[in-house]
Design a protein around this ligand. Structure first.
Ligand SMILES: *Cc1c(COP(=O)(O)O)cnc(C)c1O
Length: 228
């Protein structure tokens, strides 16, 4: 049994819209449905309500679900930490990667992206404030990573940045982390004017992320209910 229904999706989309209006935003904010640890049947249900973009953290799990859902035209986003030995599968099976955080991932991703595929859309994951986390690069490393991605135009296309700020009960500290990400994004856009995506905000904090400039929010629990 799934807990998903059209009303749940509409409620999330309405909250996204009102957060955008409150922030005076005129651009459209994308919803990524995070389906990790949810069955393929739950993805199929949401796809039936016209939700097409899904985020997964585990490559093997994602590929198994993609095989069950080949009849649907979905957009797959890899959002979990990426190990180098998974670059080939990510290049072959995903449309987006949100978690590029080191130079050495770029060559294998480019090598395995087939020329028949569209370039992989890539976000650089930035460790904006969470010293305990090993994922994400330093904000100072973003420029060099972006330039290296831009050197592989037939295999990958730099779309912007992703962050998972440390869960912090202090509202102001969380807000500042999102605001700092927006600054890093604006600085990067000076040299890479075509970037269009700032991926930040999850079930508990997406409205705050939208207020601070997110263009894409990644929502799991609020759409699908608790994970298995
Ligand atoms: C699991 C996950 C999400 C979704 O989290 P919820 O709190 O369930 O909305 C978003 N982004 C990343 C990177 C995740 O790993």
């Amino acid at each position: 049994m799934t807990t998903i229904d059209a009303v749940g999706l509409q409620t999330v989309m309405a909250r996204i819209d009102s957060a955008a209006r409150a922030a005076g935003r005129a651009d459209r904010i994308s919803l990524l449905a995070v389906s990790k640890k949810q069955p393929a049947s739950a993805i199929r249900t949401l796809a039936g309500f016209d939700q097409k973009a899904f985020g997964e953290n585990y490559v093997q799990e994602a590929i198994a679900k993609q095989a069950e859902l080949v009849d649907l035209a979905l957009e797959w986003h890899m959002i979990g930490p990426l190990q180098s030995n998974k670059c080939r599968e990510v290049a072959e099976h995903f449309d987006w990667l949100h978690s590029l955080d080191r130079i050495k991932l770029i060559a294998p991703l480019a090598r395995y992206r087939e020329s028949t595929q569209a370039p992989l859309s890539v976000l650089i994951q930035v460790n904006i404030d969470d010293e305990a986390s090993k994922s994400g690069c330093d904000p100072e490393a973003v420029g060099a990573l972006a330039d290296a991605i831009a050197e592989k135009p037939s295999a990958m296309r730099l779309r912007g940045l992703m962050a998972i700020p440390a869960p912090d009960p202090d509202f102001v500290r969380r807000q500042r982390a999102f605001a700092r990400m927006h600054e890093v994004f604006n600085v990067l856009r000076r040299n890479h004017p075509t970037i269009d995506t700032l991926s930040m905000g999850m079930s508990d904090d997406f409205e705050l992320a939208i207020a601070e400039g997110a263009t894409l929010v990644r929502i799991g629990t609020l759409l699908f209910g608790p994970r298995r």
